[in-house]
Design a protein around this ligand. Structure first.
Ligand SMILES: [Fe+2]
Ligand SMILES: [Fe+2]
Length: 273
């Protein structure tokens, strides 16, 4: 990521190279040969849920103006395909490791009341505000970079060769997703009035990726596992510092502030996610 600049992103190149992760290229039979900690398994279960939740999230996005923007619509079509295969890869890995996901209490495709409200709220704000896409792109940049760092940390905290190879492929996709969203956000936030409204909405409503998908306890567990040590804190700061380079976001408080509040210092506190 560091070797590229934000100007490098080219949508045509992305669309030409986009494609689902090749599940047949992973050596599933070798998965059970290497140990995995219970923390890593619990974290992967949560990551799998977030990835497979993408199709539900897409439903909210399709109710916004995003589909009126040809570049964004073309990207989203490929993006949802790639994210879905990240979910399938994690599901298959967990099954191969002897920890199948099984049935989940909350079926995908059905919104809970909070998600219903969020989806309707997003659609409503989008209708009122023509530049809503700037928030969507900023939000996407934060989430994709957080996800990329999360997978990078998981690979570092485990020493499982098959997992490492699978995560490398996933990180490659997440990195390209991040570049798309970030570049779009950078362009759209150049208008000061757009940047001001976007910043207010992020300050008010942003929560880490995965908020609302599973219980808060799982989100806190995953964040604590991935981001508590020195390398984890450095990864979190990298996310925050990168987003602070967007117009109007120089002082935004994101992941590090959330971790300090809800994982390190406030295990009993209540988050709004
Ligand atoms: Fe993903
Ligand atoms: Fe992604």
């Amino acid at each position: 990521m560091a070797s590229r600049t934000m100007d490098d992103f080219n949508l045509d190149t992305y669309l030409l190279r986009a494609g689902a992760l090749d599940l047949s290229a992973i050596d599933w039979a070798a998965v059970p040969r290497y140990p995995l900690s219970s923390e890593a398994i619990r974290t992967m279960r949560f990551m799998q849920d977030i990835e497979s939740h993408t199709i539900v999230y897409l439903r909210s996005l399709l109710a916004t103006r995003a589909i009126n923007e040809p570049d964004v619509a073309a990207f989203l079509a490929c993006w949802v395909n790639e994210e879905t295969f990240h979910g399938l890869a994690l599901e298959r890995f967990l099954a191969a490791a002897g920890h199948p996901i099984g049935s989940r209490p909350k079926p995908h495709g059905h919104e809970n009341p909070a998600q219903w409200l969020e989806a309707r709220g997003t659609a409503f704000v989008s209708r009122l505000w023509a530049d809503f896409c700037a928030v969507h792109m900023t939000w996407g940049a934060i989430n994709e970079l957080t996800t990329l760092m999360g997978y990078r940390r998981l690979a570092a905290l485990t020493s499982h060769p098959v997992l490492a190879e699978m995560l490398e492929r996933i990180q490659h996709d997440e990195s390209r997703h991040f570049f798309f969203y970030y570049r779009q956000a950078e362009i759209r936030l150049r208008r000061p009035v757009v940047a001001r409204v976007a910043r207010v909405l992020v300050d008010r409503f942003w929560g880490p990726v995965g908020s609302g998908v599973q219980p808060r306890s799982e989100l806190r567990f995953m964040a604590g596992y991935l981001f508590s040590d020195a390398e984890g804190v450095a990864a979190v700061r990298k996310v925050d510092e990168t987003i602070r380079r967007l117009p109007g976001f120089a002082t935004v408080q994101l992941l590090e502030a959330w971790l300090d509040r809800y994982v390190k210092g406030g295990r009993n506190g209540h988050s709004r996610d």
